[in-house]
Design a protein around this ligand. Structure first.
Ligand code: ATP
Ligand code: MG
Length: 410
């Protein structure tokens, strides 16, 4: 893409009420636009990142048998009334003018999906299976001050699994946990598997995937000896206390919850009469699990982990483009060479953002550092004197001159 046609521009300043690193950098770089507190639009650069994260998630969900579908955002109140969740405080309710609310905006889909599954499932032969979606959730978060970490409207991948027994559920639960680890790793994030509470979803304990980070709103206890993690919400542990697994000392850390998996049991199948007949023809309730990841929260976490005083440093797999090609000056030979590199890149399916604008080198470099594309290639009269371009990785200090005929960028 040519940067001259990109409709967004780099902003010198972020809005004053935006405190978090992720929102400041993402807004200034033209990745997102803040419409209201906790409500953000994804601009072309930001959408590319979200789509990359979505692609990684889709690949890994498909790999554990997830079938993708897409459910509604507007839910009749009978769904939440069936499970006693109509009163949950973060739910946005929708009413006709001067009437009591009769709908809510999607905040999670256990009820919706249990009713749909009940229509198709009748035998143990139909089980197990799992479905997922990437869809917008709405939650009236009281503390929407952390940019994409905590939106009031946000994209979530939610997967739901359906089983004939608890044992089968936990087999899949562990598989999903492995898959989650891979997803975060591919996004450049080291996550830790943490025992947590069930919230409004289940009475059981659940597991969260936490990324250690000072910008996080969660507090977890970490045993550095055996790698056991527990969320402060459920624990009686304190800093320096003994690990319940190995007796080693535990430490308190700030962290970001990027994913959460829930063994639901039969709560939702009971509410929606989701049953199957077993091998002996006996009717039983289907055992369910649910598994969430916030795409925007993952994107924000990546920014909170990978930035410096100049801007964002995207890991390759989620970067909006792989290469930032920067042309300095407008002498005809420089233009010709830069265009050629750009077009060759396009032909080879390389993702290049080509800065073809008339701006000073200083401005272009500062903007490129803010946007944070992994590889920068500079073409100028000076580099062409040596038949070369200058290549620099965003996460390295030194640049190197490379002969034009030798550049093959992945
Ligand atoms: P939190 O405790 O941070 O409020 P939660 O435990 O209520 O989150 P879940 O219902 O477990 O959230 O949602 C599954 C996943 O969706 C979370 O692990 C997180 O990645 C993401 N998520 C939840 N709430 C938000 C939000 N307000 N903004 C962005 N992502 C969110
Ligand atoms: Mg959670």
């Amino acid at each position: 893409m040519k940067q001259s046609v990109l409709f967004t521009k780099i902003l010198r300043e972020a809005p004053k009420d935006e405190q978090s690193i992720n929102s400041q950098l993402l807004i200034r770089g033209g990745f997102i636009y803040k419409n209201s507190a906790g409500i953000y639009s994804f601009l072309p650069l930001g959408l590319r990142v979200i789509q990359k994260i979505g692609l990684i998630i889709r690949e890994e969900m498909n790999a554990i048998g997830g079938q993708e579908m897409f459910m509604t955002a507007l839910h009749d109140k009978r769904y939440l009334q069936a499970t006693g969740r109509w009163g949950v405080d973060v739910i946005f309710k929708v009413a006709e003018e001067k009437k009591e609310p009769t709908f809510n905006l999607s905040w999670t889909h256990e009820e919706i999906v249990a009713e749909i599954a009940a229509k198709y499932i009748s035998s143990y032969k139909d089980l197990p299976f799992s479905i997922y979606q990437i869809q917008t959730k709405f939650r009236n978060e009281p503390r929407a001050k952390s940019g994409l970490l905590r939106g009031r409207e946000f994209l979530m991948k939610d997967l739901y699994s359906f089983h004939a027994s608890e044992a089968d559920l936990f087999k899949y639960y562990n598989l999903a946990a492995e898959s989650y680890k891979k997803i975060f790793k591919r996004c450049g994030l080291d996550s830790v598997y943490t025992l947590a509470a069930g919230g409004d979803f289940t009475l059981n304990n659940t597991h969260e995937f936490q990324v250690l980070c000072d910008a996080g709103e969660d507090t977890i206890y970490v045993c550095e000896k055996c790698g056991y993690y527990e969320n402060k919400e459920i624990t009686k542990l304190q800093d320096g206390a003994k690990c319940p697994k190995c007796g080693g000392p535990v430490k308190e850390k700030k962290s970001i919850e990027v994913g959460n998996i829930f063994p639901l049991g039969t709560k939702y199948s009971e509410a929606f009469n989701l049953k199957f007949s077993d091998e002996k023809g006996k009717k039983k309730y289907v055992v369910m699990g649910s598994y969430g990841i916030g795409l925007g929260r993952v994107m924000a976490t990546i920014v909170e982990k990978f930035y410096d005083e100049k801007g964002i440093i995207w890991p390759k797999e989620v970067a909006p483009f792989q290469v930032h090609l920067i042309r300095i000056g407008d002498d005809p030979k420089t233009i010709k060479v830069a265009e050629k590199i750009y077009e060759d890149g396009q032909k080879r399916g390389m993702e290049v953002l080509y800065d073809d604008r008339d701006k000073s080198a200083g401005e272009k470099f500062a903007e490129a550092d803010l946007i944070g594309i992994p590889t920068r290639i500079v073409v100028s009269e000076r580099t062409l004197e040596k038949d070369s371009v200058e290549i620099k990785e965003r996460n390295k200090k030194e640049a190197k001159l490379v002969k034009i005929k030798e550049i093959h960028v992945r």
